[in-house]
Design a protein around this ligand. Structure first.
Ligand code: ARG
Length: 474
């Protein structure tokens, strides 16, 4: 077939001039990234638009050529959106596919699109644009889960449960306090996502393959047009840097670890042994064999996904380790873990939010577990401290009473009442709900500090919503 007049010949590969032979099918199968990097299509189009306008501004393309390429890019966008974009078997990656189609649509002007650009700066640009948007999306989803925790915390009022250390009952805490503890961990995740986003907000476009260009490109203007905070300082660094992928994966992995800890508590609380939480039918699963089962699979998967997320982080760091400057194809391997991490975290956030919003807290069971007599042990010791006993001695006195109660089967309250330095006035501390009400210090687990904490958590949530919603205030 001859070449259509005025149109560029469709290329089998982007480098076919240098090669006499065809690439082996197995090479194409091994190197192709289209299956996953098509997710970068919207960002690739944005990068190409900015690049072609930049070429127009510096006179490398004339106005008609710029218009032709922009028109073709619009067409490609419409084809992609409508599902009518026909990927060709030789489309190695999304960048190749878009350039091929633009060239088919715009002819010789389309063949100028890649002037002064390499896929090396192109893919780095696409991936940064993708991360900027997606990390903000994840942060928004984290804020939604935090809002659920806040709502449930407010609704929990003065309900309390045992707080644990070593998974042994330690001191009673408000349920609101426990829920917000997870909320604050998530607040640090939002912070990390915003921070990673701020640091990756640098345009690599104009770095070319590795060294910049002989053409009068203006990377600053292109960066501004793409909404980046600035441009690269070093072209080698620009095309070889995937720190932002590793940092994003760290933020996502730690977020995943937080979700796994929350998931584990849901699993524990939903167990018959603990019985603090009932799952809504919509957020529980049954058993194929055991008719009586109602299982917390959502919470277990939230726990389990953390392994996958940490694995992605480790995998990408290992891929990056020891890579010489500048671009190496190994870098393509950083994309799938990133995409998957964002997908999995988004799924987990939505599922845990649904589970928590609909779960029933069994506050009577929580209170019964928290009101064990030893829950106020430290309060008894602190009462002795108020009377002048050194804390270490007070600790020993109460410890001995607890031991006698456990060994001799006597009520701790009776032993307390009979103790000369404690007496009946001290037994009031053992009454239900008293111990938790005495946690009055800032940031503590009792009603007063928790009321203040609810207010500061709400304010933080509002601030973070603004921060995440407004890219200019990272
Ligand atoms: N698909 C490639 C990637 O994601 C694009 C860059 C290819 N560059 C190259 N020099 N082969 O990394």
């Amino acid at each position: 077939m001859g070449r259509p007049p005025g149109r560029s010949r469709r290329l089998l590969t982007l480098w076919q001039g240098r090669f006499a032979g065809r690439p082996d099918e197995a090479l194409l199968a091994f190197t192709a990234s289209l299956a996953f990097d098509r997710r970068l299509a919207a960002d690739d189009l944005a990068g190409s638009r900015a690049h072609v306008r930049g070429l127009g501004r510096v006179g490398v393309l004339d106005d008609d050529e710029v218009a032709a390429v922009l028109g073709a890019l619009d067409e490609v966008e419409a084809e992609l959106a409508g599902g009518g974009f026909a990927f060709a078997p030789d489309d190695e990656d999304v960048h190749t596919a878009v350039e091929r189609r633009v060239t088919e649509l715009a002819g010789p002007a389309g063949a100028k699109l890649h002037t002064g650009r390499s896929r090396n700066d192109q893919v780095a640009t696409d991936l940064r644009l993708w991360c900027k948007r997606e990390l903000a999306g994840v942060a928004t989803s984290v804020l939604e889960l935090q809002a659920v925790l806040l709502e449930r915390a407010v609704e929990a009022g003065d309900a309390y449960l045992p707080g644990y250390t070593h998974l042994q009952r330690a001191q009673p805490v408000l349920l609101a306090h426990h829920l917000l503890a997870h909320g604050w961990a998530l607040a640090r995740d939002v912070d990390r996502l915003c921070d990673a986003r701020r640091r990756l907000d640098v345009s690599p476009l104009g770095a070319g393959a590795l060294a910049g260009s002989s053409l009068p490109l203006d990377p600053d203007a292109v960066a501004a047009e793409l909404g980046f905070a600035g441009r690269f300082e070093n072209s080698l660094d620009a095309v070889s840097d995937r720190d932002f992928v590793a940092e994003s994966l760290f933020a996502l992995a730690l977020l995943g670890v937080h979700l796994s800890r929350l998931g584990e508590e849901v699993v524990l609380w939903a167990s018959e042994e603990v019985g603090f939480l009932g799952l809504d039918d919509a957020w529980a699963t049954g058993s194929s064999m055991l008719p009586q089962k109602k299982n917390p699979d959502v919470a277990e998967l939230a726990r389990g996904k953390a392994g996958r997320l940490v694995g992605h982080l480790c995998g990408v760091l290992t891929t990056l380790k020891g890579l010489p400057l500048a671009y190496n194809r190994d870098l393509q391997e950083t994309q799938e873990p990133l995409f998957d991490a964002v997908d999995q975290v988004n799924l987990a956030l939505a599922a845990l939010g649904g589970l928590l919003a609909s779960a029933t807290f069994h506050t009577a069971a929580m209170a019964a577990a928290a009101d064990g007599p030893a829950a106020a042990a430290v309060d008894l010791a602190e009462l002795l401290v108020e009377g002048g006993t050194p804390f270490r001695d007070a600790h020993a006195v109460v410890g001995e009473l607890v031991r006698r109660s456990l060994d001799g089967g006597q009520d701790l309250a009776d032993l307390v009442a009979g103790h000369p330095d404690l007496g009946t006035q001290a037994t009031g501390l053992l009454a239900p709900g008293v111990a938790v009400s005495r946690r009055t210090t800032p940031g503590g687990a009792g009603p007063q500090p928790v009321a203040a904490q609810v207010a500061s958590f709400r304010a933080r949530l509002d601030d973070d919503r603004r921060r995440v919603g407004d890219p200019a205030s990272p």
